[in-house]
Design a binder for this molecule. Structure first.
Ligand code: ZN
Ligand code: ZN
Ligand code: ZN
Length: 308
């Protein structure tokens, strides 16, 4: 049985959760899917609350700063990267992370022609862009690649990307040539800046948790971090935030291990396991009679049969 993507019209197997061509979610999120609050690092969650101070400025930031940044990052990408097909091996890892973490849409994924080992994400709520370099793929095994992509998808799931962008633009404020934008960034008070920078570190802990959740094996995100620490590049391309610029690997590794041993982690993995087990049941059609049913409904309203 096939179904058409409501966004791009591509046909795909009925059990697919994301469109294989455009990355749109074709099976809506349900209460069985993971939420950011299921795994977010509490200090990250609390700091995000405080950062709501930004909300008054938000439309301006979106229009003048974030969109400008996205446009320039995209035009650079066009010159030095190739798009990752969702049906490729790498694309299937992105899809798997999207399913486990319950993303509302897959990021468009790109392979960056660079020897620097890096992975990063930019974009806005309606579309994110995930970039991974040849240099990084060259030093990772498959499980570590999944951890790296899971980490980036974790940032997306936790709505970190916009504030990351603002924090990074503040850090490199000097080279930010457009004066009016510099002026706009100046309205961010020193206190708010400090908050933003310390939150940035906390947001990494949440993203590392996402990497662990998709791996279900602490060895993978930990060896990823160790390899990044060992290969930490001097970034030639400060527009792109490398994973490796994030500080204190040892601290991050102990966070991963502590989280792995926690009851919270077991609850999350249980939720993920259940979600994967009932994947076939979470469809808009009954598996048996083909009648319409609510996506999250585990019983068919027409024939009454259990979908699990
Ligand atoms: Zn599509
Ligand atoms: Zn990160
Ligand atoms: Zn039925």
């Amino acid at each position: 049985m096939q179904r058409a993507c409501p966004n791009c019209g591509a046909f795909m197997a009925i059990e697919k959760i994301f469109c294989i061509r455009c990355g749109e979610r074709v099976v809506q999120l349900t209460k069985h899917d993971l939420e950011a609050l299921d795994f977010v690092y509490p200090p990250d969650r609390d700091a995000m609350e405080s950062l709501k101070n930004f909300e008054a400025l938000s439309p301006l930031f979106d229009e003048l700063i974030v969109k400008h940044h996205i446009r320039s990052a995209l035009s650079r990408l066009e010159e030095c990267s190739s798009k990752i097909d969702f049906s490729s091996k790498l694309g299937s890892i992105v899809r798997e992370c999207g399913v486990i973490l319950g993303l509302s849409r897959l990021p468009k994924a790109y392979l960056l022609e660079s020897d620097a080992p890096t992975a990063f994400t930019f974009g806005m709520k309606d579309q994110y862009f995930l970039v991974i370099s040849f240099g990084l793929l060259g030093i990772l095994d498959e499980g570590e690649v999944k951890a790296a992509i899971g980490h980036e998808c974790g940032h997306i799931k936790c709505h970190h990307i916009k504030y990351h962008t603002i924090a990074e633009l503040l850090l490199r404020g000097a080279e930010f040539s457009l004066e009016f934008m510099g002026g706009l960034l100046n309205v961010i008070s020193p206190v708010l800046r400090l908050m933003l920078f310390s939150w940035h570190r906390e947001s990494e802990i949440s993203a590392d948790r996402a990497a662990l959740i998709v791996s279900d094996d602490p060895a993978k995100p930990i060896s990823l971090l160790k390899k990044l620490a060992k290969n930490a590049p001097v970034s030639e391309n400060p527009a792109f935030e490398p994973l490796s610029t994030h500080p204190v690997y040892k601290e991050r590794i102990s966070h991963i291990l502590n989280y792995y041993r926690s009851p919270e982690y077991r609850a999350v993995r249980e939720k993920v396991g259940w979600r994967l087990a009932i994947s076939k049941a979470l469809a808009p059609f009954c598996r048996f009679c083909g009648g319409a049913k609510p996506v999250a409904g585990l019983f068919c309203p027409r024939c009454g049969r259990s979908q699990v």
